[in-house]
Design a binder for this molecule. Structure first.
Ligand SMILES: Cc1cc2nc3c(=O)[nH]c(=O)nc-3n(C[C@H](O)[C@H](O)[C@H](O)COP(=O)(O)OP(=O)(O)OC[C@H]3O[C@@H](n4cnc5c(N)ncnc54)[C@H](O)[C@@H]3O)c2cc1C
Length: 449
């Protein structure tokens, strides 16, 4: 039994995040509760002139920052180029729920890859969580790392899944602490009477994603990575060494790491057709006070439901409800993101009708056809990872580590991920939208019915 977790999220064009009486966010960031509570922001120069490096990383989200940090730790001379600001993309805007395992649960990966294949994927994903915990501890990253995640089952169709998954994890994955929660139990955790069952994972995590990204950036500084913001890469040569160009400079490097994910746009057509960017949206209420926050969700764990267009939520350090819901599949966000997301929140928590929404924003992520991540090499010196399909905090962070290992010559773990099957969206980059969008809208409509 399985459920179709989160179809994913996206936008590429101008950001139309909106605000309600909030101070301007730091320069170059969209309005969000994350930007308003960012720690350790540093203005970094744009690339000017011609540099040389061992590795040039393109993109300053979790994939790029983790790759840069792990490469620098291994002694490589690294330049990172970010088109906007660090964490400007999905990494600085996402829900902050760090799930265990891959985007597909082990019942599904067992079916697809057999027990050993599934175990290998589980182990890598566990390592991803460990990498996050260790980085936070080693670099003292102040990103409000918390434990726990609840999957709230919204339909009878998935009854029994939580029990089956917990048993599988305990018996075959040496992961004994998750458990199914019955309807009564779930009501003690979340103030919503509509859920049928739940699955609780005490070792999943939540974090402030922008602060995690900025913390990784600080660690990169310490490790000697040269970071440039407002430095959009316009192209690169395929030679060895490669030359990576922006409008104001270039980097000549033996290796390139492509880490642009949902914001890749036209930079690399050879991988663009394997992903579809989608937009997903988040709101943050005004502070509810600790008591009211605990009435809604009994702890600081993250929650997501089992809808195709997933609702996800958690409370923040300052006792707001941060709620993600709704997505669209075109360039550009709804003009009024609050009006778009608030109905999803009120359907889950009608008792919040009196609360103002202080922040509303959207971001772009990328999904693959089969919702498995897409890792690979386009040439011996050109690595990429993308398409985390809504499960990128852990897997993107791991991707950076695996890429660093592969650049250093040990590609075993990278190759496990790169061997996952990938499919090109029908119609490639030009025509991938109509079919997929129809499919997404159909499943979204089924959610509502
Ligand atoms: C609203 C939302 C909610 C989400 N919730 C969750 C969640 O709760 N849990 C979870 O695990 N995942 C979640 N995700 C997905 C997760 O955020 C992503 O999978 C992850 O952040 C991907 O990291 P990344 O570094 O690969 O990409 P990004 O963070 O998108 O970074 C890519 C970067 O590349 C830069 N770039 C693009 N083109 C160029 C260029 N030409 N030159 C230089 N730089 C360039 C961009 O500016 C961007 O900063 C969510 C995503 C969104 C949008």
């Amino acid at each position: 039994m399985r459920y179709p977790f989160a179809s994913g999220n996206v936008t590429i064009g101008a950001l139309i995040a909106e605000t309600k009486d909030n101070a301007q966010p730091p320069r170059g960031y969209p309005v969000s509760w994350y930007a308003a509570t960012a720690k350790g922001l540093v203005d970094r120069p744009a690339l000017a002139g011609d540099l040389k490096a061992d590795v040039c990383v393109i993109g300053g989200g979790f994939t790029g920052l983790s790759a840069a940090l792990n490469l620098a730790d291994r002694g490589f001379d690294v330049v990172l180029l970010e088109a906007e600001r660090l964490g400007y993309g999905a990494s600085g805007r996402c829900g902050g729920l760090v799930g265990s395992g891959q985007r597909k649960d082990v019942l599904e990966t067992e079916e697809k890859f057999g027990l050993e294949g599934s175990r290998a994927l589980w182990r890598l994903a566990e390592e991803a969580k460990t990498e996050i915990r260790e980085r936070v501890a080693r670099h003292s990253i102040d990103c409000d790392l918390q434990n726990g995640q609840l999957v709230a089952i919204h339909t009878r169709r998935y009854l029994g899944w939580a029990e089956e998954l917990s048993r599988a994890l305990a018996e075959r994955y040496d992961y004994p602490d998750t458990h199914a929660v019955d309807a009564e139990g779930i009501r003690a955790l979340v103030a919503n009477d509509d859920y049928f069952e739940g699955w609780f994972d005490p070792h999943a995590l939540t974090l402030h994603p922008l602060n995690f990204a900025l913390g990784l950036a600080g660690a990169c500084d310490g490790a000697g990575v040269r970071i440039f913001e407002n430095s959009r890469v316009t192209g690169y040569t395929r030679a060895e060494p490669a030359r990576v160009s922006t409008t104001s400079g270039s980097v000549t490097a033996s290796h390139i790491v492509l880490a642009c994910n949902g914001y890749l746009d036209k930079l690399e057509p050879r991988v663009a057709g394997k992903i579809m960017p989608i937009n997903n949206f988040v709101i943050a209420t005004e502070p509810l006070g600790e008591e009211r926050a605990r009435e809604l969700i009994s702890g600081r764990f993250g929650v997501h439901d089992t809808r195709f267009v997933v609702n996800y939520y958690r409370t923040t350090e300052d006792h707001r409800l941060l709620f993600g819901g709704g997505e669209n599949y075109r360039r550009g966000f709804p003009r009024d993101i609050t009006a778009f997301v608030r109905p999803y929140m009120l359907k889950t928590f009608p008792q919040l009708d009196d609360m103002a929404i202080d922040y509303a924003w959207g971001g772009t992520l990328s999904v693959t056809v089969n919702r498995l991540p897409h890792f690979g090499r386009l040439a011996p010196n050109l690595f990429f990872a993308q398409g985390y399909s809504g499960h990128g905090i852990s897997i993107a962070t791991f991707a950076g580590k695996a890429i660093a290992e592969a650049v250093a010559g040990t590609a075993e773990r990278f190759d496990v991920m790169a061997s996952l099957p990938t499919h090109t969206f029908p119609g490639g980059t030009l025509l991938r939208y109509p079919g997929m969008v129809l499919g997404m809208l159909w499943y979204g409509m089924k959610d509502r019915l």
